[in-house]
Unconditional design. Sequence first.
Length: 317
Amino acid sequence: MTPGILAEEQLKLEFQLMTVEVVDTLQNRKYNVDLAFKFFSDPETAVKESNGAVWLGEVLKNNVKVQTPQLLYFSHENSLLIYEGLREPREFFDSELDQPQKFFLAGMALPYIHGIFKHKVFVDRYLHLISEVVKGLNIAPGDKNELFSLFKGEFRRIGLSDAGANCFGDYHPGNIMFKEEKALTSYTGDLKIDRTEIYLIDPAFLDKTGNVDRAEDIGTFFSKFAYNDFYLSQSFDKTVPDFELICKGYDYTISKNGIALEEFYPDGTTFNFHIALGILIDSMFKIRNPKFVNPQGRIQTSVEAVMHILKKHPFEI
């Protein structure tokens, strides 16, 4: 989930991947370099991503498993960032890795951003988000009151948790890429964990305060999956196994430090809260498009999905 609900609208940009010929006059040679150019609609958003890219690059600089493209150039005047180009890595949905492995690997990457320290969550962040989103949607008064009540019922878990962490802020399949190295493999349980390199891109909404609920990034990741699942089947039977895989990947990484994910949540995990809130935020973005068909139908399905999640808690570990 992004730090502000206008984040998606602010990230209007152009992206171009191109190969540039470099002339080395000292060595008397030429070679090609892949570069990724990102043009933003305003300098403030470009600055946010630039700061996020610098921080993320520093955090992951010695990490052989999880990486991020190097930021090579930033122009405030032109709202332009230039990164090293990535030709070999493939985006989440384009990668030829099997689907369970993708979810597992996406979970493996997150702890390197979150950290493994235990810290309290800034609860007011979520009180503000719930108020802004629920009031901003055209929801029937009775449903609106029930939503407020259901969301507030989850705050005990958040308040008692020690899950405060840094947050990627926009963790979804479009910001995750894989580069598969097929030569070396290892195994854990029934899932193959190969030497695939994971790349995290577009760090425009990183929150480095250390007091964001670490479950928020997983909630952001699954909000669209969960909505689509409920829209088609009135259940989350397809999404829950994938959710469990990402949590297993997360545990795989932090288990090296003798920690399990549920230890951050003594009163129970908060994934249901974040997936539910993410569904409403996604719907708010969708219906702001004047060309969106049947906005009220989208809102009603979202409300039904959210109530189902908050009443039945399908996303638990």
